[in-house]
Design a protein around this ligand. Structure first.
Ligand SMILES: [Zn+2]
Ligand SMILES: [Zn+2]
Length: 420
């Protein structure tokens, strides 16, 4: 029996457009098929043959290419119900954003809806046979609700794809579970960094909000709709100030609450959702910023959405604060705000100066270097393939791992013979 091969269609030396093709003798299994948020969007290479796709989680860098690929290939896509629901929401939103920005549309709302025909639901921990050659089992990845690591077995060889993973408990989720395997395909987003102590970060974050509201200011928290805003909302539960929730996070929270089995404390999320005031129009936005309060809103990197409305109303007042709670990619408004003190509303081509205080907190939903090394210890593979990371991150992590394991840091387009 020839050994299986792994082809990096995308997402090897980058965070974005993940697509990792595992080929056995006659069948091919694809881990994720995402997009890269370039303008215009880019996708992983289209594989010659693919029978099944496993969707590790809903984020667009893992799911965003599915309708694009579906227009070219026929396949079945396996994943959790919650993942399909959130992915559909994000894919439709991506069509809408592309339309607003007048970018090329690679797929339509109809193409997104047609994906439903090829979706097959899985559950954590239940082995499933795919075709003749593969068996797969999903493990909780602790990254967003429903995120999965995937154990694929072919010919008694075990290959574990970590997906995006977090091996530490958060308010929203329990830490990831890892199986033993012969090969580990590991994400390496933070392969060269360590996160600060999470409890201390939470205390500093809460103190900053209290200081802002105590001096009569408004605390604006731009956060990602999927996972981060719900995590933040749960942290704010005991604050004596009004909390507003705006943007796509509202639809996401409803989906998460439909699947309480994927949450660490569904009652706390439900309580936090009930306590927050849900914002649906700009009249409420105008009223909200008149009193000390907390506003949790999209977009996480301030690239669009209601956060720009709040900044144009409240950004000039130095009593107010903007609390950034996620990594801000170069070229985004978030990075501009941190480094230059202003943002741009691209749709109306207007510069919004910000005099409010700007703070950054690391609430990453990814494992850091130490966690990734520990994951490798738990999986105890013979070979490790590092993906989903910039070259500096992968090199730094490879150095830590190479004493004990055979480590690969392939580029997009490369094919590895998994001879085990
Ligand atoms: Zn992710
Ligand atoms: Zn990712």
């Amino acid at each position: 029996m020839p050994s299986p091969t792994l082809t990096l269609l995308g997402g090897a030396n980058e965070v974005g457009k993940s697509g990792y093709l595992l080929s056995a003798e006659s069948e091919a299994l694809l881990f994720d098929y995402g997009l890269q948020m370039t303008e215009p969007l880019t996708f992983p290479e289209v594989p010659e043959k693919v029978d099944s796709i496993i969707l590790s989680h809903a984020h667009l860098d893992h799911s965003g290419g599915l309708p694009y690929l579906r227009k070219r290939k026929y396949f079945a896509v396996y994943g959790l119900d919650v993942t399909f629901d959130v992915a559909r929401l994000l894919l439709h939103d991506s069509v809408k954003v592309n339309e607003l920005k007048k970018l090329h549309q690679y797929y339509s709302d109809g193409d997104v809806d047609r994906l439903e025909e090829c979706e097959i639901s899985l559950k954590y921990g239940k082995e499933r046979k795919l075709g003749e050659e593969f068996k797969v089992t999903l493990f909780d990845a602790g990254h967003i609700p429903g995120s999965s690591g995937v154990l694929a077995e072919v010919d008694d060889k075990k290959i574990f794809y970590s997906g995006d993973t977090k091996s530490e408990d958060t308010f929203l989720l329990s830490r990831a579970d890892y199986p033993k395997a012969d090969v580990l395909i590991s994400e390496s987003t933070y392969g060269d960094r360590l996160h600060p102590d999470r409890d201390e970060t939470v205390s500093e974050f809460i103190n900053t909000i209290e200081d802002t509201c105590d001096r009569g200011g408004v605390a604006i928290i731009p956060s990602f709709a999927v996972g981060r805003s719900q995590e933040i909302l749960m942290m704010l539960d005991s604050l004596p100030y009004p909390v507003y929730l705006d943007g796509m996070s509202k639809s996401v929270i409803k989906i998460f609450l439909n699947y309480p089995e994927y949450l660490r404390d569904p009652d706390l999320l439900q309580k936090a959702a009930n306590n927050a005031k849900w914002v649906y129009n700009s009249r409420t936005r105008r009223e909200a910023v008149k009193e000390p309060c907390v506003i949790v809103t999209t977009a996480g990197m301030l690239t669009g959405g209601p956060v720009l409305d709040y900044l144009s109303r409240a950004g000039k007042n130095p009593k107010n604060s903007v609390l950034l709670v996620g990594y801000q990619v170069e070229g985004t408004n978030g990075r501009r705000l941190l480094e230059e003190g202003y943002v741009i509303d691209e749709l109306i081509d207007k510069r919004i100066p910000v005099k409010a205080q700007v703070h950054f907190f690391d609430f990453s939903a990814h494992s850091d270097q130490n966690d990734l090394v520990e994951m490798a210890g738990e999986v105890s593979p013979k070979k490790i393939v590092l993906v989903h990371g910039q070259d500096e991150s992968r090199q730094a992590l490879a150095e830590k791992l190479s004493e004990r394991y055979e480590v690969y840091t392939p580029k997009n387009g490369e094919k590895i013979d998994l001879d085990i």
